[in-house]
Every structure is written in structure tokens, then in C-alpha cells.
Design a protein around this ligand. Sequence first.
Ligand code: ASP
Length: 359
Amino acid sequence: MENIVSKTQLTYKTLAISLTFLFSSVVMAKPNVTIVATGGTIAGAGADATNSATYSAAKVPVDTLINAVPQIQNLANVNGVQALQIASESISDKELLTIARQVNELVKKDDVNGVVITHGTDTLEETAFFLNLVIHTDKPIVVVGSMRPSTAISADGPLNLYGAVALAASPESKGKGVLIFMNDSIFAARDTSKRINIHTNAFGSQWGALGMIVESKPYWFREGVKRNTSKSEFNIDQIKGDSLPLVQITYGSDSMTPIAYDAYAKAGVKAIVHAGTGNGSVPNYLVDTFNKLRSGGMQIIRSSRVADGFVLRNAEQPDDKYDWVVAHDLNPQKARLLTALALTKTTDTKEIQRMFWEY
Ligand code: ASP
């Protein structure tokens, strides 16, 4: 009898130990986050620690960036891949598609919970928006950069990277579209831009940040309402080759000429994003040029050189009559990317306009 009791006690004890082990390994299992490094100032190096503005971008390899912040291994199992080593002003469609394909492969893997992309800040907003449109996943994708090179006193890269990994590792970041993380703030890829080219608080959105990170904990305050990632009709899997339909931007001012517009048309540009004055306005002396180009098949997208607000359709200019598209609140560089993706599917201006309302 005594023997049976002690055997039963032993079995309960073994069960309890196994359950505790199982519970703690489930509770304590760290997510897996991959850092895709592409270059930029976050991987920049200067001659001296006092060089915060004079330096070469895209010098430091991904493993060095990761090893500089050993604390990120407490947040997640972090590994790195070196996709590119480039200053982001030199990114073209080819590099953009390379980054997108690499991120796409990663998010498809069961053992990857989140992806961080380190990127130059100059065109960070473009890459983030492009990924937001073409990657079908709910897993967190976070794009991060820095304003000071890794060698500078008070370099902002390490803390930005730490926060970006925390964000990518957090289950709360799932399904929120591609995120930009800079200077403690969490932003939505679609409406965030580089607004200051000197300070560490370089990024902003007219609609505000989504949240903040304090000591690796994300605090969320709002969510975007526009289509993105898994709800997007664009998909990197369906884009072939290493270029997108050719779309270029022109900048509005007083005293313009048709020269650039005609030259673009001659060069085979499929759409022009006109970064017009005010409400994306077109000077009266260029309306005939625009309409001639539109009749020849060129798409005219009216965006604005004004950073905030949004372009109203059929206000001062009769877009319906001229068959032009308005970029809504997307800035010219983001409008360029959405137009290029739209042109992979349609040349119908009504469809393109719908896309601008929805994304
Ligand atoms: N020119 C750099 C780049 O975009 C600037 C930066 O990363 O802050 O790569």
C-alpha cells in the first residue's frame, strides 16, 4: 500500500515538473527576428567620433551592427542577412525589388516571427511604403535607420535598432502594416516622411505617430485605415523582372516650361507625378501640354509640393474632364511607387484613382 502511494506521488511529481518545464519553455520562448541590412547611415562610418555629418554611409556589416547591441538577444533570437550595402539615395527599382523579394522569402518561413530592415533614411519611406504594398503577411516588418553614423558620439543607430527589434518581436505589431521606427516613435509606412535632414527626429507624419517604444515596450495610440500587406491587391510574387513601369516626378513652381514633360514623354515615361503647387495645381499655360500627353497615353498624377494636407479632386482643376488622377495625401515619391504598381495591373484612370483612395 505504502509502495503504491509513493509511486503515485512520484508520477504526480514527474508530471508537475514536465508541465512546469513545458509552460516555462512556451512562456519564455523568444521570437525569431531577422535583420535585413541594406546600408545607409546606420551602417555608416566617419573618420572621427565627432563626425556626425561627414562620413561614408553603408560601410559596417550587419553582424557588427548586431554585436554592437548585445541586449537585442534578450528580446529575440536575432540573426542578420546582408541584402545590400548601399546609400539609399542610390536605390533603384532593382534594389527595391531585391529587398522586397528577400523580405518576402523570410516572412514565408515558419521560424521567422518578424523582420527588421536597416536602411538609409533618404529613401527609407519609399522602401517601407513599397513593402507595405507588396508583401502579403501579418508578421511585423519594421524599417529602421539612423541619422548619425555608427562611429559618432551618441550614435542613434543602436537604440533605434534595439527598439526596431522590440517592435518586430512584439505580437502587438502583427497586422498593422509595415512600420517605420525612428527616435522612439512608431510610424505607419504610408504617410511617414523624412522631414528634417539633420536632427535625429528626422521622420514625421501629418497624421501623427502610431505609438512609441519606451525601454523595449511598445505603447500604441492609433491604427491606420488604409489597405496594406495581406489586404493589398499587389503582390511581389506576381512582379517579374527587376524594374517597374517607368514613372517620374516633376516639381511645380512659378515660371515652368513644358521641356521636362515633353522629354519624359519622348523617353517612354508611362506616368508623370506632378508635384504641383498648393492643391497639386497645374499652371494654365501647361494644361494643353498635359492634355496632349494624356491623349498620347501618359498618365497624369496630381500630387503636391506642400508636405501636409491632401490633393482635392475636381477643385480648381477639372480632373474628370481631363482624365487626370489625384494622389490624395500621398507625397510625390510615394505616389510614384503606387502609380508604378498600378500600371502593372491597369491603365484605366478610374481604377488608378480607386487605388489612390484605398492605399
Ligand atoms: N544618405 C544616407 C542614406 O540614405 C542618409 C542616411 O541614411 O541617413 O543612405
